[in-house]
Write a protein that binds this ligand. Structure first.
Ligand code: NAP
Length: 237
């Protein structure tokens, strides 16, 4: 009988993992998406969309679907679904693997200001620059809206609900396009979470000697964490 793998998704890594696993005949692969993006890039295999209703809902779903292994390949900042996965799988005795791409590392020429939260980033921002590019996700913009003395440009996949100036785009981006964006708007500070992966905006900021306010990741859960799709696939197959 096929083994059932639940991939908690919402990242490029989750999609690539589902592609690898869906090619294995002995596996039934279900990817779960939160439903934040209205036209997501769907992976192969089965897809379910929407929250589980917390730990109880997730545990009930895992039991009902006969899930054998869970891979949490959600974004490093998606801490609530990760906490749900840790609790639900340990309660049911189902193995859980976390796939999390490595965070970014500063290199020569960088001027990064590490902060503990998006709110802390907003608090620090006026002391760092006057014209900011915000790449923290459209649902994290609220703390910035009170910075009335600053010129702000948010970049997100979909239009933010808040009344902020926004440019809509979905990565990955190139260094050239990031340089063009920063120059076009005369940006003097970039705000980001330490998401890892595509670092074009950080390279562009370095080249233009623009400081970056960067939000630290939440701590990873105390389960096995791997950093590449291949490592995750090898452990599941
Ligand atoms: P979160 O704070 O950890 O999750 C909030 C709630 O959304 C969870 O409690 C869960 O609802 C539901 N949820 C989240 N991920 C889910 C998934 N893969 N499948 C089913 N339900 C899910 O997460 P978030 O920061 O809002 O992120 C939502 C999704 O966007 C994640 O899948 C993540 O991979 C993706 N994403 C997040 C970021 C980011 O910066 N946070 C960036 C890029 C992509 P219930 O409690 O009802 O189960």
């Amino acid at each position: 009988m096929a083994r059932t793998v639940l991939v908690l998704g919402g990242t490029g890594e989750a999609r690539r993992l589902a592609e690898v696993l869906a090619a294995v005949p002995e596996l039934r692969v279900v990817t779960s998406l939160a439903g934040r993006v209205s036209s997501p890039h769907l992976p192969p295999g089965e897809v379910r969309i929407g929250g589980f209703d917390g730990v109880e809902g997730l545990a009930a779903w895992l039991r009902a679907e006969g899930v054998d292994v869970v891979v949490d390949a959600t974004h490093p900042f998606a801490a609530r679904i990760t906490a749900s996965a840790v609790t639900a799988t340990s309660r049911l005795g189902i193995p859980l693997l976390v796939l999390q791409r490595p965070g970014w590392r500063e290199s020569d020429g960088d001027d990064w200001r590490w902060v503990g939260s998006v709110s802390d980033a907003a608090e620090l921002l006026p002391s760092v620059g006057r014209r900011a590019l915000l790449t923290v996700g459209r649902q994290e913009l609220a703390p910035f809206t009170r910075l009335s003395d600053m010129w702000l440009l948010a970049r997100s996949i979909e239009q933010p609900d808040l009344p902020v100036r926004a440019v809509l785009a979905r990565g990955p981006f190139t260094v050239e396009s990031e340089l063009a964006l920063l120059r076009e708007h005369d940006i003097d500070v970039v705000v980001t979470k330490d998401s890892g992966g595509d670092d074009a905006k950080l390279v562009a900021a370095r080249r233009l000697a623009i400081p970056v306010v960067i939000v630290r990741r939440p701590s990873p859960p105390a389960v096995t964490v791997v950093s590449t799709v291949d490592q995750a696939a090898n452990r599941v197959i």
